[in-house]
Design a protein around this ligand. Structure first.
Ligand code: NZQ
Ligand code: ZN
Length: 391
């Protein structure tokens, strides 16, 4: 295990009805005027908006609203939010929604105290300093932004879908996690969320760092739980137990509890972001296509790790005479699982075109090569992985 620091100072209020404490939590973390950020109609339909605004009112907290955040959130809403937050002199951001809403709120939080273009903080021109404090009320189990220290925004000029640098100051002060809110999710979004969580664990699990037995087992327990709970949630959308497991798993998958002390990969996410930038597809759907292809591509560099995945996560039988066969079986089972969830698993099913592959790679060059650590990925490797996703 490598040395690490782990600082994750988010308070989690978990369970049915916990959103009633939102106003008190904002007060506890020093907020006196709130910018409430949310997406389209789902929070109004589910009752989450009414419950949260009632709680703010009960705590005597004035608030202004920024709504209409779209999936794969764009920079335009960030600029709008920064102006609004400054004009209204808010001192706390409250995100009500999923990764797209939370990430927009995080980008606003870091942009308000910075005089220049907030995108400078993404490119590294300036460091992230003293972001406004932020809380979340989560409505979809997926991205893990409720516990993570970064955000992902698409800069409209240049269509760049980039993650921000990591900063523990960007971790929410609190996150309210009521699994009941996720019962209104359409099946497609439930499935996308499960894929994203699994991908967050795989990006950490497939590591060449030795002696990480504890985090290996944490990763395996989380993956098994998600693989068991997601089909239940799809079959019975109101299954509270399944929704609760998914919600906490999504947080643990990405607050880095499972990633400490080991080199992490993140190549599948980098490639997935290009697909989302080009085709505006859901983040989880892009990963359902990329992750199995990435696995097939890198597996020969360490078949034993993939064989362990097959045995521990999918219960495959180890073939000691042919470890690669076992490794391949695990990848096949993951891809079949994505299909069972109703996810696309090929470029075509995602609505992507093979002839676009060179352009995807050229576009990625703006952020730079290589990426990934299990195996370093340069332009040629990215092409090969995407072509493996053809079928
Ligand atoms: O806009 P509304 O009407 O709210 O609908 C949303 C949206 O269309 C809907 N939804 C959310 N909760 C619902 C609901 N519909 C019915 N009932 C509910 N309870 O779901 C749709 C997707 O929402 P979104 O926020 O986009 O989903 P997700 O949480 O998957 O977030 C994806 C974004 O997060 C980024 C992704 O790249 C993507 O942009 N990520 C952020 C990370 C981070 N900050 O740590 C890490 C991830 O790897 C990821 O990259
Ligand atoms: Zn993700």
């Amino acid at each position: 295990m490598e040395n690490f620091t782990f600082y994750a100072p988010t308070l989690f209020a978990f369970g049915d009805g916990e959103e009633k404490n939102t106003g008190a939590l904002v007060r506890r973390f020093g907020g006196t005027k709130v910018l409430l950020v949310f997406g389209g109609g789902s929070v109004k339909k589910s009752g989450a908006y009414d419950a949260v605004t009632a709680s703010l009112e009960q705590a005597g907290l004035p608030f202004v609203e920024l709504s209409g955040i779209q999936p794969n959130p764009r920079s335009g809403k960030v600029y709008e939010g920064i102006s609004l937050a400054r004009a209204e002199q808010v001192d706390f951001l409250l995100a009500l929604g999923g990764g797209s809403v939370i990430d927009t709120a995080k980008a606003i939080a870091m942009g308000v105290p910075y005089e220049g273009d907030f995108w400078d903080l993404f490119t590294g021109v300036a460091p992230i300093r003293d972001p406004l404090p932020l809380g979340t009320v989560l409505t979809i189990s997926a991205a893990g932004s409720e516990g993570s220290g970064n955000c992902v925004i698409t800069k409209e000029e240049g269509n760049l879908k980039w993650g921000s640098p990591k900063s523990d100051d960007l971790r929410p002060r609190f996150s309210v996690l009521n699994p009941r809110f996720t019962c209104t999710l359409p099946p497609y979004q439930t499935a996308c969320g499960a894929v994203d969580m699994l991908a967050h664990i795989c990006e950490r699990y497939f590591s060449n760092t030795p002696d990480v037995a504890l985090t290996d087992r944490l990763c395996e327990a989380l993956m098994k739980t998600i693989i068991e709970a997601a089909p239940r949630a799809l079959e019975h959308p109101a299954d509270y137990a399944a929704r609760a497991d998914l919600m906490w798993a999504g947080m643990l998958a990405h607050n880095n509890s499972c990633g400490v002390g080991r080199r992490q990969d993140w190549a599948s996410h980098q490639i997935g972001h290009e697909l989302s930038a080009f085709y505006d597809c859901a983040h989880g759907a892009s990963l359902a296509v990329v992750l199995p292809a990435w696995m097939s591509y890198v597996m020969p560099t360490n078949p034993a790790r993939f064989a362990r995945f097959a045995v521990e996560v999918f219960g495959c039988e180890m073939d000691p005479l042919n470890v690669e066969r076992t490794a391949k079986e695990g990848i096949k089972r993951l891809k079949s699982f994505f299909r069972i969830l109703g996810m696309p698993v090929t470029l075509g099913e995602l609505g992507a075109k093979t002839e676009d592959v060179p352009n995807l790679v050229i576009h990625r060059a703006e952020k730079g090569f290589p990426f990934g650590s299990f195996l370093e990925i340069g332009p040629a490797q990215m092409v090969d992985i995407l072509l493996l996703a053809e079928e």
